[in-house]
Design a protein. Structure first.
Length: 307
């Protein structure tokens, strides 16, 4: 269904192997329980030369459920760059999203797109997502954190039984900070991504979603999401890294993002050493709501489409 968009993605982002998977865009665009893709395109002679898309997500904002749009897969072919196509498509998607009652657009932008999204489409740029590396030799064993691998049913049961999204937002860190809702339907959809494999791990008080990769023949465990029992004190990332490395036979753990219940985050990787700076950008679609109020304080890899 999205073959012409897939061809553009392969042209612009050849390093991203997920676009080689024929079902990837069908999954990402059409099967989310929060709604189908909102997109704008520029085509010429049967070829897609520009594409801008957002996928709706359910969020909790000041105790009420609303929808954000995750900005993804935004690309312009080399032959049309410098013609204002990117800005035009982005503004068209913003207008469509407002008509679909989305409260905001949110994304994690690369260095090439950030300028246009901020200065042409109206996003507000926040700081880049912090990225931390924990080598196995720096991890700390702690008997309070013993994890078991689990299947998706067990994982969603853990999240639902913890009443994770029914407690006061005051327990999460920043007062009234919005948070993405991860109920059973959202987790089932997100973890069925046909281009990636996921490992789920649970303990009595913490649940993890991990994606294992090989980098220069070294096993690296990438933490995509950390659910922590909010009745506890913040957890040291090095405690979690110890168990993750041991059970996944990894030499390193990689973690990016913000989580008010995680501390001790290891070696911080400077943005100049990353493939992408991971700039957090937000655009309010509500006239009386500033982007600062729409910024989450709990945002990790699983919340967008890095893995």
């Amino acid at each position: 269904m999205h073959e012409v968009t897939q061809q553009l993605m392969l042209e612009v982002f050849p390093q991203h192997k997920k676009y080689l998977v024929s079902e990837f865009l069908n999954w990402e665009y059409d099967r989310s329980p929060s709604g189908s893709v909102i997109e704008a395109n520029y085509d010429s002679d049967g070829k897609r030369l520009g594409h801008y898309a957002v996928v709706p997500q359910r969020w909790l904002f000041k105790g009420k459920v609303c929808r954000y749009g995750l900005s993804i897969n935004n690309a312009v072919s080399e032959e049309t760059r410098g013609q204002g196509v990117f800005a035009k498509l982005g503004q068209e998607v913003s207008d469509k999203s407002a008509k679909h009652d989305l409260k905001a657009l949110i994304g994690v932008s690369n260095s090439q797109a950030t300028y246009g999204q901020v200065n042409r489409i109206g996003f507000k740029q926040f700081e880049a997502m912090p990225v931390f590396l924990v080598p196995r030799f720096l991890s700390i064993s702690n008997s309070d954190y013993r994890f078991d691998f689990c299947d998706l049913d067990e994982f969603t049961t853990w999240v639902e039984n913890s009443n994770f999204f029914e407690i006061s937002d005051l327990d999460r860190g920043a007062s009234h900070a919005p948070v993405r809702l991860w109920d059973e339907s959202e987790l089932l959809w997100r973890l069925s991504d046909p281009s990636h494999n996921y490992v789920m791990m649970i303990s009595e008080s913490v649940a993890l979603i991990v994606h294992n990769i090989s980098f220069l023949s070294v096993q690296v465990s990438v933490i995509l999401k950390i659910f922590v029992d909010t009745s506890l004190e913040p957890v040291d990332l090095r405690f979690l890294a110890s168990q993750i490395c041991k059970q996944n036979r990894s030499l390193f753990v990689l973690y990016a993002g913000w989580n008010p219940l995680i501390t001790g985050k290891g070696i911080k990787i400077h943005s100049s050493l990353r493939p992408s700076p991971l700039n957090l950008i937000i655009k309010s679609l509500s006239p009386n709501t500033d982007e600062t109020l729409l910024r989450p304080d709990w945002y990790e890899f699983l919340d967008f489409d890095a893995y």
